[in-house]
Write a protein that binds this ligand. Structure first.
Ligand SMILES: *Cc1c(COP(=O)(O)O)cnc(C)c1O
Length: 470
């Protein structure tokens, strides 16, 4: 497969280069495959459910062709996914796609583990280790740390702001041993990021070590997220006749979004033939993308803090990929878009629990709320031309091609549940008055000893530490 660049279509690189570079430093653009090959129709039309790994292998194959032989790809996938995504019906037309069965209990495990193993694969012919530096304010760091833990040929240093992340998040970052270590920096997230950025442009440091980032824009994190869209849409397509008797239903993916990497992966799956009719882009008060879909103007802004904090992104980096793949009018045909505030998020957790018995986390709650509002009058109003004010919570004005199907009750929704509710226990308690149950792997991490190394926020201290410890 050839990969090009969102800003310069004359760029042509292979998968290895796209993975190891992360982004194109020359143009500032993001790598994107030149095509999205369709899977065999016999595969997507099948009436028996595939296994997750089978889907992963079939989907990954064209993107790594000529660079990773089939047998090696099979081993990589086996090693990445000892867990799977799970489709959980919560009412006759609503499915929750649980993406939290990986080691850190959030969907980022799917992408981070594939990135770690492909990087290690491509690094195996080098004699020196690759050093990954990553600044984090929470979720990304734990997924990346866990994904690279004990992966040969790679060392990871995670920087996080001391005292500014939750105790559970801190435990998930700071208790690794071996090739992954954490520095708790006496400063803010921005200070951490500034240290990492400075290290990357420090020629003296770069002459001593091979440095890389584990950025969320890396194409090797995006492609594997498409696996669970393909998998779940086939499973749901096969279930619907038993669950709700709708003939020819619209299958809608409702995606709680921040950087829009997850949703972009859904677009890749649809391009590859997944039986997906459309998408709902659901955000919190950071509604840059819903505003773009409503007005046609893309205006980034500083992020605001919300209860679904992994979606607090004012300048979503994958906008660039979506805009490179589709014209705005095509996006408007395919997408509904929606945003809600913290009050709506709490209401979403409450309604989902009282209507279905399912305990959803604050990120999934944003998606649930979008779907519930849509099917209970929201879409009908839009079709009647009663377009809401996009600066207020609710559905934004564009009417997707499949809107009538929702009104006619011929649509079903797949709500992407991106994190386990126990990761956001305080918010769930606030909404429901009780704690979600804690998965064993989260409980375990709480009792591990903290190995984080205290670090000043000035660059010289950081560099000195790197030089004497890497
Ligand atoms: C990262 C994250 C999101 C947002 O995903 P994007 O790909 O950035 O849109 C949503 N929910 C959780 C729990 C996350 O960790």
């Amino acid at each position: 497969m050839i990969y090009t660049d969102t800003r310069d279509s004359s760029v042509k690189v292979d998968f290895r280069t796209a993975v190891l570079n992360g982004m194109n430093a020359k143009t500032g653009g993001l790598y994107i495959p030149v095509e999205f090959p369709k899977l065999d129709k016999a595969f997507t039309d099948r009436t028996t459910d595939p296994s997750f790994r089978e889907v992963a292998f079939e989907m990954a194959k064209p993107y790594v062709k000529d660079e990773i032989p089939d047998g090696d790809l099979e081993s990589i996938i086996e090693d990445c996914y000892p867990f799977t995504s799970q489709v959980c019906p919560i009412d006759p037309v609503t499915y929750v796609l649980e993406l939290f069965h990986g080691p850190t209990c959030a969907f980022k495990d799917f992408g981070a583990r594939f990135m770690a193993r492909t990087m290690s694969y491509f690094n195996r012919s080098e004699k020196d280790n690759l050093h990954i530096l990553v600044a984090t304010s929470g979720d990304t760091g734990s997924a990346v740390g866990s994904a690279f833990h004990n992966v040969p040929g790679i060392d990871v240093t995670i920087l996080y702001p001391d005292g500014k992340i939750s105790p559970l998040q801190e435990k998930q970052l700071s208790t690794f041993t071996g090739n992954v270590r954490a520095l708790k920096v006496k400063g803010t997230f921005d200070d951490c990021q500034a240290l990492v950025k400075k290290a990357f442009v420090d020629q003296d440091l770069r002459s001593k070590f091979r440095l890389s980032s584990a950025n969320s824009i890396n194409i090797s994190r995006l492609l594997p997220q498409a696996f669970y869209y393909m998998y779940s849409s086939i499973v749901v397509k096969n279930r619907i006749p038993h669950d709700s008797k709708i003939e020819n239903p619209a299958i809608l993916m409702v995606v709680p979004s921040g950087n829009f990497g997850n949703l972009t992966s859904g677009l890749i799956a649809k391009e590859m033939g997944a039986p997906i009719t459309g998408f709902v882009a659901a955000t919190n008060a950071n509604h840059t993308i819903p505003d773009w879909i409503a007005t046609g103007d893309y205006n980034t802004r500083p992020s605001v803090a919300t209860l679904s904090n992994a979606m607090d992104v004012g300048a979503p980096s994958n906008y660039e990929r979506i805009a490179a793949m589709y014209k705005l009018e095509d996006v408007r045909k395919m997408f509904a878009s929606y945003w809600t505030d913290d009050a709506g998020t709490i209401e979403g957790i409450k309604q989902c629990s009282s209507n279905t018995g399912y305990i959803i986390d604050p990120h999934g709650a944003v998606a649930w709320k979008a779907w519930d509002d849509m099917r209970n009058g929201g879409m009908e109003k839009l079709l009647k031309g009663e377009k809401g004010d996009y600066t207020k919570p609710g559905l934004t004005a564009n009417v997707p091609e499949w809107a009538q199907k929702v009104v006619d009750k011929e649509a079903c929704a797949v709500i992407l549940e991106t994190a386990h509710p126990a990761k956001f226990g305080a918010t769930v308690v606030n909404a429901l008055g009780r704690e979600p149950s804690m998965p064993e792997r989260l409980e375990k991490v709480m009792s591990l000893p903290d190995n984080a190394i205290p670090m000043e926020k000035d660059y010289d201290s950081f560099k000195e530490w790197l030089v004497s410890n890497l």
